[in-house]
Design a protein around this ligand. Structure first.
Ligand code: PEP
Ligand code: MG
Length: 753
C-alpha cells in the first residue's frame, strides 16, 4: 500500500488533470475524483466534503452510503471533518471513533471503517473542504500516503475554485472569522479599509503541470534569481530598513542556499505539480512540521522561511512589484513585515488609510513618515501576514495599538461609534487652535510642527501651529527616484515659505543615511550600525557638493525673507562651524552675483548626540537656537537602536535619566539666552510634554496631530506646581516613575487624554 501510494501520487495527478480538463458537471468530476483516488491508493473509502453555506457537505464519496451525499453536513469544528477544517490540520487516526470529536452519522454507514485520515482543502489560507480516506482495518496512514493526499488536496482546491461550488471561491471574501490582535501603538488615529499586502501574496492558480521539465526549469531560474537578490542585499546592506536585518539576511542566505529545500521542491515537481504549487506544497509541509515544534526561536526562523518562500513564489509568478507600483483602488490598510520610509512615501495618500507592520518601532523613520502622512499605524502584529488575506476588511486602532481582521457587524458598529467620538474630540481640539498655549499660571508655551511634505506648510493655519520647528528636507529626497536638483529643492523651499507666510520655518539640512537610505546614493560599504554611522551632517560635510546645492537652494528660496537653518547630528562644535561657513560662502557667492539674499539667516543646531551636551558652553554663544532631537538622543543615551522592534518599548521616555539630562541643557540654554526647543516625538505626548515643561522647556515642535492634545494639557496645567513636583521626583525618583507622574497629573486634573 505504501509503495503504491508513492508510485501513484503522480498517476493520481495525471488522472486529476484529465478530469479537470474534461467536460462534465462539478458533481460528475468529483464523483470521478473519489473513485480515482480510492483506486490509486487502494482505499476502501474516499470522500470529499465541500464548504457550502458555512457547512461541510458530503459532496462525493466512494465507499460510504451514496444516499448520504448532500445530506450529511457538519459545521466548522463539528465531528472529525469539521475539526480538520476549523484547525486546517491533518488528522490521521487508527481508530476514528476513539477521537473525542468523533460524531457518528448513521446515514453514511461508516461504522465498518476504523482507520481514518482527513486533509483540509485550503484556498487562500481558508478551509474550503476536506478530503478523507477510510479503511476497515485499524492502522495509521504512513507519512508518504498523507503527503500524497496533501498534494491531491492542493489540486482539489484549484478544482473546487474553478467549479465555484465552495464558499469563498466565487467572490473575493473568504471569511474565517473575526480576529482581534494587539500590537504596538505607532501612529494614533483610527482607520477602516481593505487589506493590501505591500508585497502581494501569490495565490497558486494552477497546480497540475502540463510539462514537468518546463516547471523544473522555471524553479531553477527562480532559485538563481532569488540567490542573486539575497547576495545583492547582503552586499549592499541596504535591504529592509531597520535593526534586525543583519540577522534576517543571514537566515535568508542560509535558506536560499539550502539544498534540502530545493530538493523537496524538485520532488514535488516530480509528483506532477506546477512550480508555484510545488513551492507552496513544500511550504505547507514545513509549516505543519514547525507547528508541532513549540520553539519561539524556530517560529522566528519560520517567518524568515515564509518570507523567502513567498519571494520565490513571486519570482516564479513574475509578480515582483509592490502594491504601491500596482496602485491602490480603494481605502487601504497596508500590511508589511517592515517598510522603508521611501517605500511608504510611494503610496497614494488619499487611498492609504492605515498601516499594519509585523515589526515597527516608535521612532523608526517609517513611523515618522507615517505620522507625517497622518496614517494610523500599528506595529508588532506578529502573525498579521498569516492571519489576514488580501482584501479582508481591517480596522486599525492606532490609539490603542490594536487591529481587528474581518470584523463582525457588531465590532464595526462599535468601532464606528468610537471613531465618531474621536472625531468629536478632534473637533474640540480644533476649537482650541486659535487660543494661545498658555498654562493656568500664565507660562506661554510655543507650539510648532514637524513637517517634510510639500503640502504640510499649507496646513499651518488650519491646525493653529506657530510655525514649522523642523522641516525634514530629506523627505523630498526619499520620495524622489533620483537626486533632486537644486531647482526643485529651491522650488519646494520657496513654496513652503510662501505657504507659511509670517510663521517661521526651520529647515533642517539633509539627514540621510541610517534608516533613511537613498537607493540612488548607494554607499556600498555601509557600516554595521548605520544610525551611528556616516549620516546627516557627517555625510553632508564629506559630500560638500550636495550640501552646497542645498545651501544655495535655501538661500535663494528665502531671498528677501528670514531664513532659519538647522544642522542635524552635530557631534562636535567644529562640525557646526564648518557647516555654517559653507553656508556663508554660498551667501557671499550669491551676493557677488547680486542675487536677493535673505534679510536674516539664523543658524541652529540639533542636539541629538550626547557628546554635544558637554560642549554647550563653547557652542551656545555661536548659536541662534538649539533643537533637541529626542529620537536620536534617547537611542544614544540608552544605547538602544531606535529602529529595533525588540527595544521599541523597553525604555521609557518618561525616565529620570533623560529628564535630568535635558534639565541641565535647558538650564544652560536659558543662562546663555539661546532659545531651545524639543523636536523629537517625545514632545508630542502629553505626559512627556508635561514633564518637559516641568523641567523648564517652553518650546515644542511636534507632529500636527499632537497639537490639540498638547494644548488641552497645557491649558489645564499649573507649570510652577509641576516644577516643584518634578524637583522632588527627579531628586529621588520613584521606581514607577511614569505612574507617579500620571497620578500627580490626575490629582491636579491635568488633561492627559
Ligand atoms: C530626532 O532625532 O529626534 C529628530 C527629530 O530627527 P529625526 O527623527 O528625523 O532623526
Ligand atoms: Mg534625528
Amino acid at each position: 500500500m505504501v509503495e503504491s501510494a508513492v508510485a501513484s501520487a503522480r498517476e493520481i495527478l495525471t488522472g486529476l488533470h484529465d478530469v479537470m480538463a474534461g467536460r462534465g458537471t462539478a458533481q460528475s468530476k468529483l464523483d470521478h475524483v473519489v473513485d480515482l483516488i480510492a483506486d490509486k491508493m487502494a482505499s476502501e473509502v474516499c470522500s470529499i466534503y465541500v464548504m457550502r453555506d458555512n457547512m461541510l457537505e458530503l459532496y462525493a464519496t466512494h465507499g460510504l452510503n451514496k444516499d448520504a451525499v448532500h445530506v450529511t453536513r457538519l459545521g466548522l469544528g463539528e465531528g472529525l471533518v469539521g475539526t480538520i477544517a476549523e484547525q486546517t490540520r491533518v488528522l490521521n487516526l487508527e481508530e476514528a471513533s476513539a477521537h473525542p470529536q468523533f460524531s457518528y452519522r448513521p446515514e453514511t454507514g461508516e461504522e465498518h471503517f476504523h482507520s481514518f485520515a482527513g486533509i483540509p482543502i485550503v484556498r487562500r489560507e481558508a478551509p474550503i473542504g476536506v478530503l478523507t480516506v477510510q479503511h476497515e482495518d485499524s492502522r495509521k496512514y504512513e507519512d508518504v500516503e498523507i503527503e500524497a493526499l496533501q498534494t491531491v488536496a492542493m489540486v482539489m482546491s484549484e478544482m473546487l475554485a474553478n467549479a465555484g461550488i465552495a464558499d469563498g471561491t466565487r467572490g473575493r471574501s473568504r471569511s474565517s472569522g473575526e480576529q482581534q490582535l494587539g500590537g504596538l501603538q505607532l501612529v494614533t488615529g483610527m482607520a477602516r479599509g481593505k487589506a493590501v499586502f505591500h508585497q502581494p501574496k501569490v495565490t497558486v492558480e494552477h497546480t497540475v503541470a502540463e510539462d514537468t521539465e518546463a516547471e523544473r526549469a522555471r524553479v531553477y531560474a527562480a532559485f538563481r534569481k532569488m540567490r542573486e537578490q539575497i547576495d545583492n542585499m547582503t552586499r549592499d546592506a541596504e535591504f529592509g530598513t531597520t535593526g534586525e536585518h543583519e540577522e534576517i539576511l543571514e537566515t535568508y542566505k542560509m535558506f536560499a542556499y539550502d539544498e534540502g529545500w530545493a530538493r523537496r521542491i524538485n520532488e514535488a515537481i516530480d509528483s506532477g505539480l506546477t512550480a508555484e504549487a510545488a513551492i507552496e506544497r513544500v511550504q505547507q509541509h514545513t509549516r505543519t512540521r514547525m507547528k508541532e515544534i513549540d520553539d519561539p526561536l524556530l517560529a522566528e526562523r519560520m517567518h524568515d522561511l515564509e518570507d523567502l518562500s513567498n519571494r520565490l513564489l513571486r519570482i516564479v509568478a513574475g509578480r515582483m512589484t509592490t502594491a504601491a507600483q500596482t496602485g491602490l483602488d480603494e481605502d487601504t490598510i497596508l500590511i508589511a513585515r517592515n517598510l522603508g520610509p521611501a517605500e511608504l512615501l510611494e503610496y497614494d495618500r488619499r487611498r492609504l488609510k492605515g498601516v499594519v507592520l509585523q515589526e515597527g518601532s516608535l521612532t523608526s523613520h517609517v513611523t515618522i513618515v507615517a505620522r507625517a502622512m497622518g496614517v494610523p499605524t500599528v506595529g508588532k502584529i506578529e502573525d498579521i501576514r498569516h492571519i489576514a488575506n488580501d482584501g479582508d476588511e481591517i480596522l486599525v486602532d492606532g490609539d490603542q495599538g490594536s487591529i481587528c481582521v474581518r470584523p463582525s457587524r457588531t465590532t464595526i458598529d462599535s468601532f464606528d461609534m468610537r471613531m465618531a467620538t474621536t472625531q468629536k474630540r478632534r473637533a474640540e481640539y480644533a476649537a482650541l487652535k486659535d487660543q494661545p498655549a498658555e498654562t493656568i499660571d500664565g507660562v506661554r508655551i510655543q507650539l510648532m510642527v514637524n513637517a517634510g511634505l510639500p503640502e504640510d506648510a499649507a496646513q499651518l493655519a488650519a491646525n493653529g501651529a506657530e510655525g514649522i520647528g523642523l522641516f525634514r528636507t530629506e523627505f523630498q529626497f526619499l520620495i524622489a527616484a533620483r537626486l533632486p536638483g537644486r531647482e526643485s529643492q529651491q522650488k519646494l523651499y520657496k513654496d513652503v515659505l510662501d505657504a507659511a507666510g509670517d510663521r517661521p520655518v526651520i529647515f533642517r539640512t539633509l539627514d540621510i543615511g541610517g534608516d533613511k537610505a537613498l537607493p540612488y546614493l548607494n554607499e556600498k560599504d555601509e557600516a554595521e550600525n548605520p544610525a551611528m554611522g556616516w549620516r546627516a551632517l557627517r555625510l553632508s560635510l564629506d559630500r560638500k557638493a550636495l550640501m552646497k546645492a542645498q545651501a544655495r537652494a535655501l538661500i535663494e528660496a528665502a531671498g528677501g525673507r528670514h531664513l532659519r537653518v538647522m544642522f542635524p547630528m552635530v557631534s562636535e562644535p567644529w562640525e557646526f562651524e564648518e557647516a555654517r561657513q559653507l553656508f556663508e560662502k554660498e551667501v557671499q557667492w550669491l551676493r557677488d552675483r547680486k542675487r536677493v539674499l535673505p534679510t536674516v539667516i539664523e543658524y541652529g543646531c540639533m542636539l541629538e548626540v550626547p557628546s554635544l551636551a558637554e560642549m554647550l558652553d563653547q557652542l551656545l554663544p555661536r548659536l541662534d537656537f538649539l533643537s533637541i532631537g529626542t529620537n536620536d538622543l534617547t537611542q544614544f543615551l540608552f544605547a538602544a537602536d531606535r529602529a529595533d522592534p525588540r527595544l521599541a518599548d523597553r525604555y521609557d521616555w518618561l525616565s529620570p535619566s533623560i529628564l535630568r539630562f535635558l534639565k541641565r541643557i535647558v538650564g544652560q540654554c536659558k543662562e546663555a539666552n539661546v532659545p531651545v526647543r524639543v523636536c523629537g516625538e517625545m514632545g508630542g505626548r502629553p505626559p512627556e510634554a508635561l514633564a518637559l515643561i516641568a523641567i523648564g522647556m517652553e518650546a515644542f515642535s511636534v507632529t500636527p496631530a499632537a497639537l490639540g492634545p498638547l494644548k488641552a494639557m497645557i491649558h489645564s496645567l499649573d507649570a510652577s506646581a509641576a516644577r516643584r513636583e518634578f524637583e522632588g521626583l527627579l531628586a529621588d525618583p520613584p521606581k514607577m516613575f511614569r505612574e507617579a507622574v500620571i497620578d500627580w497629573a490626575r490629582q491636579q486634573a491635568v488633561d492627559l487624554s
